[in-house]
Design a binder for this molecule. Structure first.
Ligand code: NAP
Length: 248
């Protein structure tokens, strides 16, 4: 059976590293992006030049119609889904809880939590033996923040990742007899643009000395854990978390 994976937020960072590794591992990759059209096109070109298959779809995971279009495009253009990486996620500007407004909270939870639910729903509909599918794997990208709480920075983001942890446990048990394995990775502080987006480009270097390994991580180090969880090597691994956080 062809291996076909949807990676959300595949244009940059951990998502792009996952797209590259998945393509190298023989997956046909469909990935979504929000705004980074040039990066998405460049990544498709890079993968096709290396002999792989990749298709980029502009789709906001927080918008249900976009999620439906993403998965319908994958069905039509590539084939039957076998895997999902729920990677798209955002952190807003650093602030205390007593400064956060409802618009910010709605944006963070809509992208990080509701987006992951909607994408998982579409994947389960296609992969579950209950719905006539042939099984598959889902990896949710949580964060070490779910354990740490991110005080003074973004407790909303950390709480959204706490929701992802609980979602991972519940969904994993719900579909375990339907041929689908659901797991999560919890990255620590990784060198990507997410820190610049939340107003502090140098955040990894500011915090790295508090990491037991005394360094930040790289997107490829997270992607390797994601690819392992997707693979048959992880055939008895369900509802599990891999902390890719240098011991943090
Ligand atoms: P990033 O470099 O900022 O990339 C985020 C990706 O998500 C981009 O491809 C972006 O698309 C996409 N995206 C953002 N909002 C979206 C939306 N509403 N719909 C669809 N796509 C959307 O982030 P990253 O650091 O690689 O983070 C990836 C995941 O890892 C996130 O879930 C994040 O919470 C988690 N994580 C990261 C770290 C870290 O230190 N970097 C640590 C723990 C967990 P565009 O390129 O089009 O904007």
């Amino acid at each position: 059976m062809n291996k076909i994976v949807v990676v959300t937020g595949g244009s940059r960072g951990i998502g792009a590293a996952s797209v590259r590794l998945a393509a190298a591992a023989g997956y046909s990759v469909v990935f979504s992006f929000l705004k980074a059209c040039n990066e998405a096109v460049a990544l498709c070109t890079e993968i096709e030049r290396a002999g792989g298959t990749a298709l980029a779809v502009q789709a906001d995971v927080a918008v249900e119609a976009d999620v439906l279009r993403l998965f319908e495009t994958a069905d039509r253009e590539v084939g039957t889904l076998t895997a999902l990486v729920n990677n798209a996620g955002i952190a807003d500007l650093r602030m205390r809880c007593d400064e956060m407004n409802a618009a910010r909270l709605t944006r963070v939870f809509a992208t990080n939590v509701i987006g992951s639910f909607l994408c998982a729903r579409e994947a389960v509909k296609r992969m579950s033996t209950r719905h006539g599918g042939h099984g598959g794997a889902i990896v949710n990208v949580s964060s070490a923040a779910s354990r740490l709480g991110s005080p003074g920075e973004f407790v909303d983001y950390a709480a959204s990742k706490g929701a992802i942890d609980t979602f991972t446990l519940g969904l994993a048990k719900e579909v375990a007899t339907e041929g689908i394995r659901v797991n999560a990775v919890r990255p620590g502080i990784i060198y990507t643009d997410i820190h610049a987006s939340s107003g502090e480009p140098g955040r990894v270097d500011r915090l790295k000395d508090a990491v037991p390994m005394r360094r930040g991580g790289y997107p490829e180090e997270v992607a390797k854990a994601i690819l392992w969880l997707l693979s048959d090597e992880a055939s008895y691994t369900v509802g599990s978390f891999i902390d890719v956080s240098g011991g943090r």
